[in-house]
Design a protein. Structure first.
Length: 228
């Protein structure tokens, strides 16, 4: 798979990792430490290179480790098999696709290098100053992640690359090549469109409690836009 595809999948998983770890941060784990007596509302000036870059690398590492766990892989495959059961006459072929692509995906994810990945998604580029509150770091990174996923899903080149990779994979499934390609053509664009629509209509960062509320998310979005 190309790095673009890996980026889309890993960014989605990263949102979950942010949620799991958002409440466990301590001042010792932050790149810029603050005195515990300083109110969390006090804004500090940090750079994407020093702060967000480090967070991205941490979350990417945890996401890769999460996907490497056998229990996690089994659960993901089980969910995909359940989704296949709703495809009626293509249920069997769908499960074959899952069984073929899932191991490839997990293997590909294991090769992801956090430093290179975070540079690829522009979270470790040249310094760009933003004002963040100590308690808002997870929320801000989550918003960046969601925005990056949404941008990639809107890119026709990325969409075409995903479809092309799936079609090439179909050629390796003996006896089901045509059925596989039919599934890709029929459901591929639909899945991509639904994923983009879901991100546009659902405030993921608020829903997963990474951001405390819609007002906080809106404020940070404005800061991110102004610093871009």
């Amino acid at each position: 798979m190309g790095l673009k595809i890996v980026s889309i999948l890993l960014l989605v998983i990263a949102i979950g990792c942010i949620h799991v770890n958002a409440r466990s941060w301590t001042s010792d784990s932050m790149v810029i430490e603050m005195d515990r007596k300083v109110p969390s509302e006090v804004s500090i000036e940090v750079s994407r290179k020093e702060e967000v870059c480090t967070l991205c690398q941490d979350f990417t590492t945890q996401a890769v480790q999460y996907l490497a766990d056998n229990k996690t892989q089994t659960e993901i495959i089980g969910i995909l098999h359940l989704a296949c059961s709703h495809l009626h006459s293509f249920k069997h072929q769908c499960k074959l696709l899952v069984d073929y692509y899932a191991p490839l995906f997990f293997t590909e994810m294991a090769t992801v290098k956090p430093e290179l990945f975070c540079e690829k998604v522009n979270l470790c580029n040249d310094m760009t100053l933003v004002h963040l509150s100590k308690r808002d770091n997870a929320c801000t990174l989550c918003l960046r992640v969601v925005d990056e996923v949404r941008t990639k899903l809107q890119d026709p080149e990325t969409q075409l690359e995903v479809i092309e990779v799936l079609l090439k994979g179909c050629n390796k499934i003996e006896n089901f090549v045509q059925e596989c390609k039919k599934l890709v053509f029929e459901y591929g664009p639909l899945i991509l469109a639904n994923a983009e629509k879901f991100l546009e209509t659902t405030d993921i960062c608020v829903a997963t409690h990474v951001c405390r509320g819609s007002s906080e998310a809106a404020t940070l979005k404005e800061l991110l836009i102004s610093s871009a």
